[in-house]
Design a protein around this ligand. Structure first.
Ligand SMILES: NC(=O)c1ccc[n+]([C@@H]2O[C@H](COP(=O)([O-])OP(=O)(O)OC[C@H]3O[C@@H](n4cnc5c(N)ncnc54)[C@H](OP(=O)(O)O)[C@@H]3O)[C@@H](O)[C@H]2O)c1
Length: 313
């Protein structure tokens, strides 16, 4: 089979298609013939830095944490049938590699059926970022009517955060640049504040809208310590690049780790149902053949992409 390979840490140009043995599913696993795999910031980070030494993984490394395709082999006891269309979360930091391969073996409970009317490219953008927001909301533990702040609201995590916040009955305050305002408003937040790369301006914009501070914040813009002043005393902050604190004013800090949700296919299925109900929006910016992974990484790194870039296989 072929896969997108990272032969050594480096820029987008190091990516190349590699030939690897086709993996076989063991008990409780399925093999998926990949149709589409989304390209995320975690993939460009994996390419830039490679795995940690303690992970002990030999190159080439295969990136990709989410995908869509068709079940093509079923391990003993796995409750899927050959031919089922599925989307799945995948852990790339393992010997088998990630989602950006022609065939991918995963635990059967990391997949969910793709409802009719959702394309493979669209489906590939849901599992990882959808579960990230699911996890963040679980950690924040807000009650209906409380206020959720969202930074980086125009991005993939931020967009899902707005919509899933509304599904949870929260009052959502989201940031947006002037350029993204139409897009962000279309996702249905209660209040839009002006985003700024100047963190003091970003904080002021939120504090003007919510003088006492938000009850909980999903910080998809990765402001980390800079995001704390947006949160009320005793509120909660979900960070997405593992920032653990230090905190202030009794704010609870929850570093979100989507790798904790590799067996949450049932939650992916619930998210997919929200897509069917048009309460959750899947956004694909562009598809690229897997052989053009370098171009996709260059474009993602350039910033400003709205909607996900997706590799097709
Ligand atoms: N821990 C986990 O398990 C986990 C899981 C999923 C994602 N993540 C992380 O979550 C982050 C967001 O992912 P994503 O896919 O949503 O990225 P994305 O689609 O690139 O969106 C990021 C958004 O944040 C905005 N932004 C960046 N810097 C900002 C700043 N200083 N102030 C205000 N807005 C800013 C970006 O705007 P511009 O494009 O204009 O800069 C963009 O709208 C990434 O760092 C990703 O690695 C973590």
């Amino acid at each position: 089979m072929y896969a997108v390979g990272i032969p050594r840490p480096g820029g987008p140009e190091v990516l190349e298609l590699v030939e690897l043995p086709t993996p076989e599913p063991g008990p409780g696993e399925i093999r998926i013939r990949t149709a589409a795999a989304a390209v995320n910031p975690t993939d460009t980070a994996f390419r830039q830095w490679g795995p940690r030494e303690k992970e002990g993984l030999a190159p080439p490394w295969i990136p990709g944490m989410e995908m869509a395709g068709t079940v093509d082999a079923v391990g003993e006891g796995a409750p899927w049938t050959v031919g089922d269309r599925v989307m799945a979360i995948v852990m790339p930091r393992r010997a088998l590699g990630g989602a950006q391969a022609e065939y991918v073996v995963i635990p059967a409970d990391g997949a969910a059926a793709i409802p009719d009317g959702i394309s493979d490219a669209e489906a590939s953008t849901l599992p990882m970022n959808g579960l990230t927001v699911y996890s963040a909301l679980l950690h924040l533990g807000l009650a209906p009517g409380q206020t959720l702040g969202v930074t980086g609201a125009a991005g993939a995590v931020g967009g899902y955060a707005i919509e899933l916040g509304k599904v949870a009955g929260l009052r959502v305050v989201a940031d947006s640049s002037e350029r993204d305002e139409e897009l962000v408003r279309s996702l249905g937040p209660d209040v839009v504040v002006r985003a700024s790369k100047n963190v003091n301006e970003e904080v002021s914009a939120f504090r003007e809208a919510v003088p006492g501070g938000v009850d909980g914040l999903i910080d998809a813009a990765v402001l980390d310590a800079g995001a704390l002043p947006i949160v009320k005393d005793g509120g909660a902050l979900a960070t997405v690049r593992f920032w653990p604190g230090p905190s202030e004013r009794d704010i609870r800090i929850h570093p979100v780790m989507v790798g904790d949700h590799l067996h949450d296919g049932a939650e992916i299925a619930k998210l997919a149902q929200l897509v069917v109900e048009k309460r959750l929006t899947l956004r694909v910016a562009q598809t690229y053949p897997a052989a053009e992974a370098t171009a996709a990484h260059e474009r993602l790194q350039a910033g400003g992409t709205r909607g996900r870039l997706v590799l097709t296989f």
